[in-house]
Design a protein around this ligand. Sequence first.
Ligand code: MLT
Ligand code: ZN
Length: 458
Amino acid sequence: MTLEAALGSAVGPEHVLLDRDLRASYETDWTGRFSGQSRAVVRPATTAEVARVLQECSGARVPVVVQGGNTGLVGGGVPPAGQTGDAPVVLVTTRLADLGDVCVAARQVTAGAGVRLAALTAHARAAGLDFGVDLAARDSATVGGMVATNAGGIRVLRHGSMREQVAGAEAVLMDGQIVSRLDGLAKDSTGYDIGHLLAGSEGTLAVLTRVRLRLVPSERRRAVAFVAVAGSAEAVDLLAGLQTVLPSLAAAELCFAAGVALVARHLGVRPPLEGAGEAYVLVEAAGQRDPVDELLAALQACPQVLDATVATSATDRAQLWALREGHTEAISALGVPVKLDVSVPMARLAELVDRLPEAVAAAAPAALLVIFGHLAEANLHVNVLQAGEDGERVTAAVLSLVANMGGSISSEHGVGRAKARWLGLSRSQAEIDVMRSVKAAFDPLGLLNPGVLLPAVL
Ligand code: MLT
Ligand code: ZN
């Protein structure tokens, strides 16, 4: 039997996409930057089907690329460009979409890897709780993909990244073995935490099929301010002030005048507080009680605030959030950017913002730089448009600068294919060797997401 026929018998032939046109949308990433050919796209609906798919691919020695909602930004969920060996099978997890009942007492729920973030959040809210991670791609991003990349988003200062939400996981190894720990025990000291190890493993160790997730208390009363400050140093000082006087602080996001103007043009709106400052901080306060008075008092207490607009209604809040979350689409509307996602120690964030234009211009003189990010984690999204042939030079320049400043080359998007060759800038050789040993223990044939996360051995 051919592999295609075996996959058809594992998941049903209608869920094995062989036609070139049907495969196409799974072979190119959201940004349009990463694209490659697959042998087939397979859409299993149960853990048992995932196990059969992996067993068949293992037997045929065919590599497997794991894909969730295809919202990744580092090429980790699509086949590699110009591969020389066997084209991989793309295993898409979106049909693993079961959502269990919320356990209110334990504040936990079990979600299939293919559950979309927005569906998970709505489910938690219907039970009077909330999910702690939120990000702009909420309608498409899946739980499995978010755990696999240890996604962060806009509420990390309050609840941490995806890894912190993981109370257990079920996953399938490349040989079809299922490892499962979904009981969600609040205390458990019985050795290695496989769920936490899989968080950030980018599909290189096993295919996540279900995740036991922590939920957080609902804080439905919200107020949002869009605050103009002189620059990034003042934004950092403002954050420090807010953390002291605003216990309900739930998000602190950073953008700059040029980026906000770009987004406003894209959305067809007038940028707020135009000309009031070089940088803007979007501040959100959240609580069980209306936090607007607390937010206003906090802004008055912070001397860095040059001007601010405060939104209390859901519509006004959404408009301010659109100015921040709209950056990704507004940038992509201008072309395919080199997207970098870095963090540095907070004390050096302003210095990084100051040094980036020169570093990028030296690598690609005609390029257009747009920076925004998550202020509370000193996490900048560095987007470079019109880099032309110099994309790799830009990447090298920015990542080296960040590494020299004691930072990380991937703050929340993962390493993927885009940054695998630069992993050594953030991880020591000893760490990379240990990661390779872990990879070999889970996937001895090296068939899961080859080329993602770990640099190729030359
Ligand atoms: C964001 O913070 O909006 C996301 O990480 C997406 C991006 O960086 O473009
Ligand atoms: Zn982000």
